[in-house]
Design a protein around this ligand. Sequence first.
Ligand code: F6P
Length: 361
Amino acid sequence: MKLRRIGILTGGGDCPGLNAVIRSVAKPAMAHFNTTVIGILDGYEGMVEGTHRELTPRDVTGIINMGGTILGTSNKGDPFHFPMGTGSNIRIVDASQQVIEHYRNLKLDALITIGGDGTQIIANKLFDMGLNVVGVPKTIDNDLDATDITFGHDSARAVATEAVDRLQTTASAHHRVIVVEMMGRYAGWIALGAGVAGGADIILIPEIPFHWDKVFEAVLKRSKGAKFSILCVAEGAKPHGGDISVKQMDKKRTDPVQLGGIGELVAKRIEEETGLETRVTVLGHVQRGGSPTAFDRILATRLGTVALEAASRGEFGVMASLQQNNVVTVALKDAIGKQRLVPPDSQLVFAARAVGTCMGD
Ligand code: F6P
């Protein structure tokens, strides 16, 4: 298929490696297919509002190591749930026809959508409405079922691991308990990975609801030996029979739930129940910023080139996906809406337990 003009957008929360994908789509598109590459600004918002700019070879040079996204992104731009107005006058409307119009006005032959599950659900709906879309999966959370690992996750886990290393020295010096809250939404991959890599004493993840008594028991035991404890707590972790901690709701987003607060709660309860001096660090967006790791740069580059190849073959409604170390394409309709959570009986959880880590159960 002749790709005269393609659009590319980054949707949802940013993560390290987005620029590497943009580069790996745009460079070969321009060099090998003589394609004009239109960068859509701020995710689907740019498709609704018609904000875009043509990318030049210069724009995509020297960006493989850059975090963020040169196109900007948004998690409030779902065309099927589009917020109009400001403040208390926000109305949610269906702006999908504007996307179709802009796609046609821009004379696009294909649209590459780089994003997590929300972005790919929208991409699939647009495909059903007749647009030529190819998805590229991303998220630090690593919670997409249709790919073995998402780019961005390795970088976030590396940042979180370094934080654990640093917190361990200060916790040890002061004989304190330090609770580190990590991102991941409803999946515990970052907290589990960084916890195992950093040698955390207690790891709490959403997939294994914890018992308060087990947590108190574990820190008290540590206080008699090593005299300090590090807890890696996923933002979606919850006590057995209890609820996840929600910071606030944002109705402009398709998923309005903003998680946060479990780290504070765990630290407070530990101090109250054990009398041990306890501090909390919320890693937050530090995990999403900065340079991608070599692993993420390579994976992002492979995914982007496979997505472009698929478009050049006229294969649409698909998503590039890593399957057993091979990047292939899978149908978007089969890839979306399924979360990949940590299996509680996985080898990684087994390994954590084997080296003495308390999983809170
Ligand atoms: O999905 C990526 C992620 O970083 C989650 O881990 C986190 O819950 C959420 O996005 C934070 O979103 P925001 O940047 O809108 O606060």
